[in-house]
Design a protein around this ligand. Structure first.
Ligand code: GTR
Length: 406
């Protein structure tokens, strides 16, 4: 048995809350001295003005009114509404367990999490490694894996991938958990006839019915339903992590399910962390054309009408407050638009401010490989391509560690 010397992070965990729209002028020119851009007014909706026009100045007002408004706007206009939360008959079956995984450094479990709905049944397989030798339950990183499972989240560890460096995660005192998103529903447009849609959707589907990103987020919550029951896991310190389409999913999972104590969005781009207003690369028209199943019907109507959306993605980031939020970008990922990913964090920060927490307000767009981790919203711009790497994971864990020492 090994012991780890890491300090257990004390992630903040909190309760629900709620939003409208006014113009928030933004000087993009203040972002980076190295790469100046013209001052623009993105006319962002204000997370802190209610639909009734009232200014939100306290965390109580945010939680009581505005947070629910904002969440509802995202359900209605973008991600859709899940027809079910935790199904009554959700089942957990530990189908594999080994105390001597990773050369004795971890306990491995594979858990079949299954459900049944009016239209059929389904299951996801959670792969979990818990560090051995800890004196307390382990905080956990849960990856929503959007790449082939065998090559990326291999429970045998015969195949190792930087996409999920489970050994490194365990070595730092965190439990490493992952599931394959396609277990919930495959990533294809088949008119919502398979997976969890088939199990739970009622006809007719509407323009507000959930899309695939919301379905995967639902799966992350079912994985969390298991994790909170495992005595080896600290239920109050589970982070949800995703890359690209998985990063969009992680943000939505964290917005919908406040049990996640930390949310990590890696290279999530359009309809993930990146602001839609002023976005270059992938726009709303592109994403709906390429992936018509990811979002709801209403979102299709916002093609080339970004500025008419009653929300923008900084408000999705704000829904994570006051929990930890980490946004990561890559220099060669213009399609995702790193600067607009950073700006979501900047403009979500006033909501963190209601809790007396520091976000990214006043922070300059950083140089590559110089993470900004001082507050409750972290950000880095990694040198390189659209990918999830060991460098990214190292930064996520540094951020979680650091917070624990505050
Ligand atoms: C792209 C898509 C992005 C991103 C990416 C991925 O093709 O345009 O929004 O989600 O796929 O998931 O790798």
């Amino acid at each position: 048995m090994t012991t780890t010397s890491f300090k257990l992070p004390v992630w903040r965990f909190h309760l629900p809350a709620l939003a409208v729209v006014c113009a928030l002028p933004m000087l993009a020119g203040s972002l980076s001295a190295a790469e100046p851009v013209a001052a623009v007014d993105l006319k962002l909706p204000d997370p802190l003005v209610t639909l009734g026009g009232e200014k939100v100045t306290t965390k109580e007002a945010w939680e009581k009114t505005r947070r629910a408004e904002v969440l509802e706007l995202f359900r209605k206009n973008i991600y859709g509404r899940a027809p079910v939360g935790r199904p009554a008959d959700l089942k957990f079956e530990v189908i594999d367990s080994a105390v001597d995984a990773m050369g004795g450094k971890a306990t491995r479990k594979q858990v079949k999490i299954s459900w049944r709905g009016p239209g059929g049944e389904g299951a996801l397989k959670l792969v979990l490694f818990i560090p051995n030798g800890l004196t307390k339950p382990a905080p956990c990183f849960l990856l929503i894996c959007n790449r082939p499972a065998a090559a990326n989240i291999d429970p045998t560890r015969a195949v190792k991938s930087p996409f999920w460096p489970a050994e490194e995660i365990v070595a730092r005192g965190y439990a490493a958990a992952a599931f394959y998103n396609a277990d919930v529903v495959p990533d294809k447009h088949d008119e919502f006839k398979s997976g969890v849609f088939k199990a739970f959707d009622t006809e007719p589907r509407t323009a507000e019915s959930w899309g695939t990103i919301a379905a995967w987020a639902w799966g992350a919550s079912r994985a969390l339903d298991y994790l909170v029951t495992d005595a080896g896991i600290d239920a109050k310190r589970v982070a949800v992590v995703g890359h690209s389409r998985g990063g969009k999913t992680a943000l939505w999972a964290g917005a919908e399910d406040e049990r996640f104590a930390m949310v990590v969005s890696n290279d999530s781009g359009s309809t993930g962390a990146a602001l839609a207003r002023g976005k270059t690369g992938e726009k709303i028209r592109d994403i709906n054309r390429g992936f018509p199943h990811w979002f709801n019907g209403n979102y299709k109507t916002f093609a080339d009408r970004e500025e008419e959306l009653p929300v923008d993605q900084h408000m999705l980031a704000a829904l994570i407050a006051p929990r930890l939020l980490y946004i990561a970008s890559a220099t060669e990922d213009d399609w995702a638009h790193p600067k607009n990913e950073f700006l979501s964090g900047v403009h979500a920060s006033p909501v963190y401010g209601l809790y007396g927490l520091e976000g990214l307000t006043g922070k300059a767009f950083p140089n590559p490989d110089a993470p900004v981790q001082g507050g409750s919203i972290g950000y880095h711009l990694r040198t390189g391509k659209h990918n999830l790497t060991e460098y990214d994971w190292g930064c996520f864990m540094d951020f979680a560690d650091k917070e624990g020492k505050n």
